[in-house]
Ligand binder design. Structure first.
Ligand code: ZN
Length: 301
């Protein structure tokens, strides 16, 4: 998995900071997560092959997470895209995009599918043979979801040397990878664990922006490899976090600690702070493994 931060600042774009958008590369997919204004320029700047994006996940309909979407859809049209595009987001997203296209008498030459979300419990919204995506219900001023991206457990790895030594016929090799015990040529039952290696532990990425402190998400994101959790404010402004239904760096770290995640990535910073290191420092008082999102930064895991 590789996560590239295209933008990680809250509210208004500036000359040097971009609103929220991320690219997650996972098992051959390029998933776009949120699409703040200017996302398509960021995709070009960081050389993301954006024609490969087939699925876009929008957390909520505040402008700093969504105003880049009409532009990107329109650019795909101008570039002659033919591949399907799937958009997952709150109810109303379809109407808003289609109205803009209609007013400009523009229609996509590629199939555009909307998957509108309105449930307030976790939903499985995407699945193939390698990956699942679930919503993480969040608490914000408007209906908002985070997203949990999970690799599926791979087949067990065959230990060819052990299988040969134990005199097992080649025709059983697929069954062995699927976890079955098999008989060898002498009619003896061989236990699967004696002829296989464990597959790598599946990785997961939990994306949580925007939300007030919300421990209800903890059981769902338990043990995630990486957690991105918004930290719009520092603790000194916790009253602003409460008022605007955002989180502080400290609250993000408490969630990371409770959920026992691998690494916490902070982002969605308010523009009022000079140094981002202040966010890391505050979070590390609660949870050790803290990274700071920065526009253009990548995380490999
Ligand atoms: Zn918001």
């Amino acid at each position: 998995m590789k996560l590239t931060i295209l933008g990680c600042h809250s509210a208004t774009p500036t000359a040097s900071t971009h609103p929220t958008a991320q690219i997650l590369e996972i098992k051959g997919h390029l998933f776009l997560i949120d699409c703040g204004e200017g996302t398509q320029m960021q995709l070009r700047k960081y050389r993301v092959k954006f024609s490969r994006i087939r699925h876009i996940f929008i957390s909520h309909l505040h402008g700093d997470h969504f105003f880049g979407l009409p532009g990107l859809i329109s650019t795909f049209l101008l570039l002659g895209r033919e591949a399907e595009l799937h958009i997952y987001g709150p109810k109303g997203i379809k109407q808003s995009i289609l109205l803009l296209l209609k007013l400009g008498k523009a229609y996509t030459n590629y199939p555009l599918y909307f998957h509108e979300l309105e449930e307030t419990t976790p939903q499985l919204i995407y699945e193939d043979d390698k990956v699942t995506v679930e919503t993480i219900p969040l608490k914000h001023r408007v209906y908002t979801n985070g997203f949990l991206f999970k690799e599926k457990l791979e087949d067990r790895k065959l230990n060819v040397d052990a299988a040969r030594e134990l005199n097992i016929d080649l025709s059983y090799y697929n069954k062995i990878k699927q976890g079955f015990d098999v008989e060898n040529r002498d009619g003896k039952l061989i236990s699967n664990k004696d002829i296989t290696f464990d597959p790598p532990a599946p990785k997961s990425y939990a994306y949580c922006s925007d939300t007030e402190y919300n421990p209800e998400m903890v059981p769902q994101i338990e043990g995630a490899t990486f957690l991105y959790h918004e930290s719009t404010f520092l603790d000194e402004h916790y009253h602003l976090a409460e008022k605007t239904k955002h989180s502080t760096a400290k609250e993000a770290a408490v969630i990371a600690r409770k959920a026992n995640v691998g690494t916490l990535i902070l982002g969605h910073y308010s523009g009022r702070y000079g140094k981002l290191e202040l966010f890391r420092k505050e979070a590390q008082e609660v949870f050790d493994n803290v990274e700071l999102a920065e526009d253009g930064k990548s995380f490999q895991f």
